[in-house]
Design a protein around this ligand. Structure first.
Ligand code: SAM
Length: 246
């Protein structure tokens, strides 16, 4: 699967993710946080809010995409040495030289398989008592897109990990997290129809599907998916996690 994103376009179209991320940042308890990890920082729009909320903290901005990190580097220049950029895959042990006090992650974990393993790696990267505050797709997320893809022949069925709260609670507890809160909320999101909606689908949701297709077939694939959706609206369902390492 391609690690790269069209970071400039993502930065322009990801207003919903930035809005949700700002709310998630509000759940971070600033007490005792001197070093925080943003796991899957993308272009840094949410990281920027995090740095503003924790003005005395240093931040590790981690992502698997060089293009995303380059865009984040430009956006976060004003924070100078407070930010360290790390190109790494969350499917591997996290390459941090010492534990962090908090991990924040938005709109990322549904791209990572095996959440039992992911939570173990995150626990290893956190100091005892450190916080995990995350939001990503939960069960039922963009079910209309999953259905549309199934109708036209999905080349990547089951690509996304959209767990239930019960599954995540069990995995978090097994990885050594306590004070675990996990909940779902619906986040239906409307877009400007036509080109803007198709650009969002192509850049954010169908990126990996399109990478499998020759360039001339990509626009038609996006249109075929969009035509099967109930208008320019996505039935997002977000799964929220707040927990502490024991
Ligand atoms: C939808 S973007 C979210 C970015 C940002 N957190 C936001 O809310 O706008 C998902 C990000 O997760 C990163 N990502 C996906 N899978 C990853 C993995 N296995 N390891 C590290 N980063 C990953 C992508 O490169 C991308 O930047």
């Amino acid at each position: 699967m391609p690690r790269e994103w069209d970071a400039a376009t993502y930065d322009r179209v990801a207003d919903p993710q930035a809005r949700w991320g700002a709310e998630v940042i509000g759940r971070v308890d600033p007490a005792g946080v001197t070093r925080v990890l943003d796991a899957g920082c993308g272009t840094g729009r949410v990281t920027e809010r995090l740095l503003e909320r924790l003005p005395d903290a240093a931040c590790v901005a981690l992502d698997a995409s060089e293009q995303m990190l380059a865009e984040a580097g430009r956006r976060l220049t004003r924070f100078g040495g407070r930010v360290t950029f790390v190109c790494a895959d969350l499917r591997d042990p996290l390459p941090l030289d010492r534990p962090v006090d908090a991990i924040v992650s938005t709109a990322t974990f549904h791209w990572v398989p095996d959440h039992a393993g992911l939570f173990r790696r995150l626990a290893q990267a956190l100091r005892p008592g450190g916080q995990l505050v995350a939001q990503y797709g939960g069960v039922g997320n963009i079910a209309s897109v999953v259905r549309a893809l199934a109708e036209i022949g999905d080349p990547l069925p089951g690509r996304w990990t959209y767990p239930t709260p019960e599954e995540e609670r069990r995995r978090l507890a097994a990885a050594g997290f306590v004070d675990v809160q996990v909940w779902l909320h619906p986040e239906p999101t409307a877009f400007e129809p036509g080109g803007p909606f198709e650009t969002f689908l192509a850049t954010v949701i169908l990126r990996e599907h399109l990478a499998l297709l020759p360039e001339p077939e990509r626009a038609g694939f996006v249109r075929a998916v969009a035509a099967r959706l109930p208008g320019a609206c996505l039935d997002y369902v977000r799964l929220n996690v707040v927990a502490r390492r024991a």
